[in-house]
Design a protein around this ligand. Sequence first.
Ligand SMILES: *[C@@H]1O[C@H](CO)[C@@H](O)[C@H](O)[C@H]1NC(C)=O
Ligand SMILES: *[C@@H]1O[C@H](CO)[C@@H](O)[C@H](O)[C@H]1NC(C)=O
Ligand SMILES: *[C@@H]1O[C@H](CO)[C@@H](O)[C@H](O)[C@H]1NC(C)=O
Length: 417
Amino acid sequence: MNLPSCILLLVGIYSLTTPVHLTKNPHGGTSHEVTQQNHAMKEDHGARESSPVRHQPQEVVIQSDRAPSRRTRGINKRLLLGALAWHILQNSNRPPPPPPPDTTPPTLTHCPFVGDVTLPSGQTQACINIGQPTYTDDRSKAVRVIQNGNTPPGGCFPEGAYVISYIALDDAGNRNDQCQVRFSVKAIHCSSGPPKVAHGYKETCTPITPLEDVLGTTCTYRCLPGFRLENPTSQSTVCIQTGDQEAEWSGNLTCQKTNCPDAESPPHGRYSCTDGSRYQSVCRLECDVGYAPSTHKHSMVCQADEQWSTVAAICVDVKPPKFTNCPDDVIAYAERNEDHVTVTWPPLQAHDNSGDEPIVVQVDGPLNGSVLSTNGRKYRVVHTATDNQGNGNNCSFNVIPHAKRNKGEKAERRRKK
Ligand SMILES: *[C@@H]1O[C@H](CO)[C@@H](O)[C@H](O)[C@H]1NC(C)=O
Ligand SMILES: *[C@@H]1O[C@H](CO)[C@@H](O)[C@H](O)[C@H]1NC(C)=O
Ligand SMILES: *[C@@H]1O[C@H](CO)[C@@H](O)[C@H](O)[C@H]1NC(C)=O
């Protein structure tokens, strides 16, 4: 409903509902309010009918004082109602003017900002709540926002550079693509992957990344058989931050050779080793002169199980004892005209390299103190000296009983020969 109709309607309602006092004022006029109302009504009515009265308001006031007749008021009322009805009819039949087409895109009021993210130690992705851009539109109540580019599940972005753009559409399809969110996710890396450990191998690294070099990566190691970590309580290395954008692997893992028990020197010998008692060292038993290893396996190897490959050999005495006073032939002379003689020799002594006293036993021939016939026969006397290891040595000599002859006989025998 347009403005004039509205005013008209209001005025109409007012005039119909306002009670009009028709009693004449004893002072020759109606009450002041009624005068005013009548005046306003008349003025409006007059304006619509281009009444000449309109230009003389003073006269209208005077006329109103003269109390208009009943007939005049009835006509005014009918006119007013007719005008009202006409306006209402006119306005209800007229179609509303078509609105001008919407050509204004939505206005961006807030575009989210995400600064570059440096991942903290041990993390491989940044979980970011980017938020949504906001828009206003002059005509559409709702603005449709389309995000271009997928955000990863949970909004967690691995290392990389990202552009997320938004398109806003109003109901008329006007678009605003001003909002673009650009950011990068960076990780600090160790200058290289997990360190190589000689004689060892990497077991696991966490977190799992392609190059296993992200700040905070922890790798555990084991050593090959025969080797052990220098410090068994710390078997891992960590990529730790050493500068603004720098990181290095911590510690210094080293696998060192395991040890066998010390190869103790046996009596009369010692081990000569290629690498002490460490893994893979080969030890050869070397014995003193006169001694030899007890077995033919006289070298041993330190194994990965930290044991020597063979039971340790010992050095044994291989040198027989030696008689120190083994006599030459013993010639015993019988008394003159005797055909028997008692043969004796001194006690035989032997010495052994071991220092132990060898056992001396007579094994052949007549015993010391025997009385032997001087029949020209030789007797072989054999003694054996044996040491603790059973090494034996003989002392042999001849015992020759001899008749004592006079000088003539001796000469005669020499001639016969
Ligand atoms: C690590 O230890 C080994 C043996 O103990 C040594 O030779 C090497 O120089 C060390 N490296 C560092 C970086 O300390
Ligand atoms: C043999 O007998 C003599 C005389 O009795 C003695 O002096 C000597 O020591 C003995 N020799 C041995 C090997 O017993
Ligand atoms: C010592 O003498 C015995 C008996 O005559 C003999 O059987 C043995 O072979 C000899 N030993 C040596 C080392 O000559």
